[in-house]
Design a protein. Structure first.
Length: 755
């Protein structure tokens, strides 16, 4: 009886399935199939097939138009982009009109009755919605990133999308400028009595070229297909971005996610090819790597202002071992193939920071390659690079002990070959902090003497109140001498530039007992906290200033654990974390008007002309991993260790999960996989922001700063220790008596022996 019932049920289920299949087939047959002229690997075609969208591909425009059913939609896509426009002629348009086809054409070489200009590229221009056709999904003046956009110029009275240089985060806040160029527009075919939908660029490159944001791209393609098939219901189109966060905002994380994120983050330094190899020096030494390249350089037109690309090197050049240092990272410029430009120079701060985190990772992962690379980078930085040598090793020079900003390509010549002859106190500080970690993790003392020279060299450029100028150039320093800085009454309530030097001085006081380290750090911190918040000068935003203050405030508690010191730390942390989202992200914020070094662009014209925040207003939900989040991560970790308070630990844990989730995942771009971009829009859960910064935009990856400190703190968490405790066995005190009297001879070198 049970067998008979089962048989009847099976027959009924099979019949129902066949009926539903037949209905589905009939529905598909009734639906008009769109035709595409494109290569088989075209982003749009691949995405349509993955979404089971009814479409047929042809190799040429002629085939697509000739084989399309009357009244159907046809897409002629730009296979030759950006080098070649899409070859079209009058006969093809005439055929399309005769068949009443709905025709979409990309990057055309010819349009009937329309004069086309030569293709041109973009620099700071972005795409902007210029009509209400996409509303409510996309409102007029909405901004899009069509990376490395090349377009043909045409005249159009009412384009739907234009290319223009505009300021703003999501919206062109100052409206459209006078000069705009149509990007997507409907063209009346006056001689042919029809209508075309024309894209003057290759919109179908949206996955490969990483157009953003994704929700906007979906809305645009939905509109295009609705225009192509006005009688059809257009379903949602979905795709996996070529470069994306590792996990969704609510996705479960593996138990060992922090260790995995650490290893992926460290491995990024290798497969990104940032580690210089001898075979890369030819490109490294090109003039186009300089801030102001020689006008006569043959590569100027091709490469400037973004430097040389590295994507083609990955398969051909071995990975460096650190003996030539490591380059700065990826520029925010994204090319049409999805690769990114490289900042082809070695920075002192980045190399020091990376030597430190690489050393920590060697301990955590028990990986000798990491440890050896840390040693190679540290040795190059301290003993062979122009960053640490030259005048900086001359006891009679005012720059004695300092670290230059950069190691220039050889092409620069003797006039500029002194590491740009520039000293930033904050960069010197992070270099030294990194080398403290490198020494401790490798349990070596070879860096101690040079490290102490750096600490004393910076101390003697700090005023009687403990403040340095934001930047010191070699020539003025030579003319004035170090004593002018040492005896000045200079103040600057700008933690971005000052705070990490104070942290270094507190650390140095712990190691040497030298009172002046403590006195100047403590005085500067007290004055800065008394000036908070109304007299603080912010750089790219107020949050980065708060984030930078966490480290010295945490270490001040280590030296002097008093109620007021804990109160200062708590106040700054609470204000910073008032912008922490439930996902762990820390919202970027602009400070008080008139007190910012690099505020948002004040006009469309100003966009891209100097450093800038990722946001236009404080309503924009973005985290800045270059200037804020990375240093907040370190600061919260040290605050938790210094105070033992759950408040800091909980915030750090939440931020850790956020950073593990948004670590870059990319199979197509292994050079990016495992990194962290500067910008993350935590509402969209996507890499997006205003790209106004002239040097370090939304999609940049800084090998130091961002990548180094995130991985360093992940490593410290695995080791269950703090930076302060990890480095406590340093032996720099051994060199203090000789160097202290040599470098600051006019100051009594009193020390607390009980330190």
């Amino acid at each position: 009886m049970k067998s008979k019932t089962f048989l009847i049920t099976s027959i009924f289920s099979f019949t129902l399935l066949m009926l539903l299949t037949a209905i589905q087939v009939q529905a598909t047959n009734r639906r008009k199939c769109v035709s595409l002229s494109c290569r088989a690997d075209n982003d749009l075609y691949v995405m349509l097939k993955e979404n089971k969208f009814a479409c047929t591909r042809y190799d040429t425009p002629e085939e697509a138009i000739n084989n399309a059913k009357e009244g159907s939609g046809v897409l002629i896509l730009a296979d030759g982009y950006p080098a070649k426009t899409t070859k079209m002629d009058a006969s093809q348009y005439e055929k399309a009109v005769s068949k009443k086809l709905r025709l979409f054409v990309e990057y055309p070489s010819y349009l009937p009755g329309i004069e086309l200009g030569s293709p041109r590229g973009t620099h700071w221009e972005r795409a902007v919605i210029s009509s209400d056709i996409f509303a409510p999904a996309l409102k007029k003046l909405r901004i899009l990133a069509i990376h490395d956009c090349h377009f043909v110029t045409i005249q159009s009275a009412n384009p739907d999308i234009v290319i223009a240089k505009v300021a703003g985060f999501d919206t062109a806040i100052y409206g459209l400028p006078k000069e705009t160029f149509p990007l997507l527009t409907k063209i009346p075919q006056i001689p042919l009595k029809g209508e075309l939908l024309v894209s003057t660029t290759k919109l179908s490159q949206f996955i490969t070229a990483r157009y953003a944001p994704t929700d906007a791209m979906k809305s645009i393609w939905k509109y295009i297909f609705k225009w192509l098939q006005p009688d059809e219901q257009v379903s949602e189109l979905n795709w996996i971005p070529a470069v994306r966060p590792s996990y969704g905002s609510d996705e479960s994380l593996p138990d060992d996610i922090e260790r995995k994120a650490l290893k992926r983050g460290i491995d990024w330094f290798f497969h990104s090819h940032m580690l210089l190899h001898p075979l890369m020096l030819e490109k490294y030494n090109k003039a186009t790597n300089l801030p102001n390249p020689a006008k006569s350089d043959p590569d100027l037109k091709q490469d400037w202002p973004y430097g040389h690309r590295i994507d083609k090197m990955i398969k051909n050049v071995p990975i460096g071992d650190g003996m030539l240092g490591i380059m700065e990272g990826f520029d925010s410029k994204i090319f049409s193939d999805g690769s990114q430009a490289v900042r082809w120079w070695n920075r002192g701060d980045c190399n020091g920071e990376i030597a430190g985190t690489m050393g920590i990772a060697g301990v955590v992962c028990k990986n000798q390659k990491y440890t050896q690379t840390a040693s190679n980078i540290g040795d190059w930085l301290f003993f062979r690079s122009m960053i640490s040598t030259g005048d900086r090793l001359n006891p009679n020079h005012a720059a004695y002990g300092l670290f230059g900003w950069n190691d220039l390509p050889k092409y620069a010549g003797p006039a500029s070959s002194d590491g740009y002859a520039v000293y930033y106190g904050d960069d010197n500080a992070r270099l030294m902090l990194g080398m403290m970690m490198a020494a401790a993790s490798q349990n070596i003392s070879s860096y101690d003497e040079r490290l102490l020279k750096g600490l004393l060299g910076n101390l003697r450029l700090s005023s009687i109140y403990g403040f340095q100028p934001d930047r010191i150039d070699q020539k003025p320093l030579e003319l004035a001498g170090w004593r002018k800085y040492f005896t000045s009454d200079h103040t600057a309530f700008a933690p971005h530039y000052q705070a990490y030097l104070w942290a270094c001085y507190l650390w140095a006081y712990r190691q040497t007992g030298y009172d002046l380290f403590l006195k100047r750090a403590k005085t500067a911190i007290e004055m800065t906290m008394n000036a908070y918040p109304n007299r603080w000068i912010w750089t790219n935003g107020i949050q980065q200033e708060r984030a930078k203050m966490l480290l010295p405030l945490s270490w001040l508690i280590r030296v002097e654990d008093t109620p007021i010191h804990r109160e200062w730390l708590r106040k700054v942390a609470e204000d910073l974390l008032s912008g922490q989202d439930r996902c762990g992200a820390i919202r970027e914020q602009i400070g008080e008007t008139g007190k910012g070094g690099f505020p948002p662009p004040v006009s469309n014209k100003a966009y891209g002309t100097k450093e800038a925040p990722l946001i236009q207003t404080n309503a924009d939900g973005v985290s800045d991993l270059l200037y804020t989040v990375d240093f907040a991560f370190l600061g919260l970790h040290e605050a938790a260790a210094s105070t033992g308070e759950k408040f800091y630990r909980d915030a750090e844990d939440l931020l850790t999960k956020f950073l593990c989730r948004i670590q870059i995942r990319s199979e197509k771009h292994p050079e990016l996989d495992g990194g962290w971009f500067r910008a993350f829009d935590f509402n969209r859960w996507e890499y997006w922001a205003s790209n106004a910064d002239a040097g370090w935009g939304a999609w940049s990856i800084e090998a130091g700063w961002t990548q180094s400190w995130i991985t360093a703190v992940l490593g410290l968490r695995q080791m269950k220790t703090s930076f302060w405790d990890l480095t406590k066995e340093s032996k720099i005190e051994k060199y203090f008596d000789a160097l202290g009297s040599q470098m600051i001879p006019d100051e009594a070198t009193s020390r607390h022996i009980s330190h």
